[in-house]
Design a binder for this molecule. Structure first.
Ligand code: P6P
Length: 333
């Protein structure tokens, strides 16, 4: 919608806020989703503010503990987890939360019988970037009911908040993907990216090449193919790896290409968690016209065996993911 001219004055169209966007979705649960996403947005604003001042208030560094994932816990991991849990309690709609930072699913007793949703989240994805002022994000995944182990196809909404030069929420409620930038002067998430579509093919690949020697041969051959010189197929691809899934996925979503976290000799199921990393990002990718698989099977249909189940992840432009799967299956050499 272009500028509107009224009485000789150019009126820029009123911005669409996150709540207006959700309420216009026409979904039967739109009012519930508006409440849930408003509280996720509140948590995002609080986390964004703390990230900006963390170095000044002693919030960087580790707690000295190790989480259920076997990873060193950052102070901001624990703090942000509490912020999101409290935000979910405030909705009065959430029965259970599953978090990277909590050993087991947490039943929210305050909600009681009114609860209708399960929310899985990674409060600070990419926290290894925190102490070096790198980009991190919050990933969230919303399902109906109280069962903490539902497949990605059960998601009613999913997305991420990216804490970068701007604070940006990318969201799907099952009807495409939209981006909402936090307006610094108004404190609202305002739609800035409408109906994001991922290019069918890109020219950027994103993977931790330090693990090359540990990958299975098909993955090694695929990455060597991307490094090859062939103008007709736009190779070599450019390599980009931030070490934060939110940042690497967001670039892939807007510019096309592929992100991979394959299984390797030390991580037989890969590193990323299905419930609050692969499945929400898979929902986003598919809703934007892309693909998400383990390299062998679609992420969205995997039935979780445990809340913290890990899966290999190959995600991005549909043609790039399909080619990676061909190499992994041995259909391409
Ligand atoms: P590595 C962050 O810990 C994370 O879960 C993702 O955000 C990121 O893409 C990946 O792990 C980075 O892992 O082993 O390359 O440092």
């Amino acid at each position: 919608m272009g500028p509107v001219v009224t009485a000789g004055r150019v009126m820029t169209p009123a911005p669409i806020t996150l709540v207006e966007h959700v309420k216009k979705s026409g979904r039967p649960d739109a009012d519930d989703l508006a409440v849930l996403l408003t509280q996720i947005a509140v948590a995002g604003k609080i986390i964004a503010r703390e990230l900006a001042r963390a170095a000044l208030v002693g919030q960087l560094g580790t707690t000295g503990e190790t989480n259920v994932q076997g990873e060193t816990v950052k102070k901001l991991d624990v703090w942000a987890n509490a912020v999101v849990v409290r935000a979910m309690e405030e909705t009065g709609l959430v029965t259970t939360v599953v978090s990277e930072e909590m050993d087991a699913p947490l039943r929210l007793t305050k909600t009681g019988a009114r609860g209708r949703y399960v929310v899985c989240f990674d409060p600070v994805d990419g926290s290894s970037n925190l102490d070096v002022n790198g980009i991190v994000g919050t990933i969230f995944s919303i399902r109906h009911g109280s069962d903490a182990e539902q497949p990605g196809t059960a998601q009613v909404a999913a997305g991420y908040i990216m804490y970068g030069p701007s604070t940006l929420m990318v969201l799907t409620t099952g009807d495409g993907v939209d981006g909402f930038t936090l307006g610094p002067t108004i404190g609202e998430f305002v739609r800035s990216h409408h109906r994001i579509r991922i290019p069918a093919r890109g020219r950027i690949y994103s993977v931790n090449e330090g693990n090359f020697s540990k990958w299975e041969p098909g993955v090694q051959r695929y990455v060597e193919y991307l490094r090859g010189m062939d103008r007709a197929t736009g190779r070599p691809y450019t390599a980009r790896y931030v070490g934060s899934l939110v940042a690497d996925l967001h670039r892939t979503l807007l510019e096309g290409g592929i992100y991979l976290y394959p299984a390797d000799a030390g991580k037989s199921d890969g590193k990323l968690r299905l419930q609050y990393e692969a499945a929400p990002m898979g929902f986003i990718a598919e809703q934007a016209g892309g693909s998400a698989s383990t390299g062998r099977e679609r992420i969205m249909t995997i039935e979780p065996a445990t809340p913290h189940q890990r899966v290999p992840l190959v995600i991005g432009s549909s043609e790039d993911v399909a080619l990676a799967e061909d190499f992994i299956a041995g259909r391409r050499r």
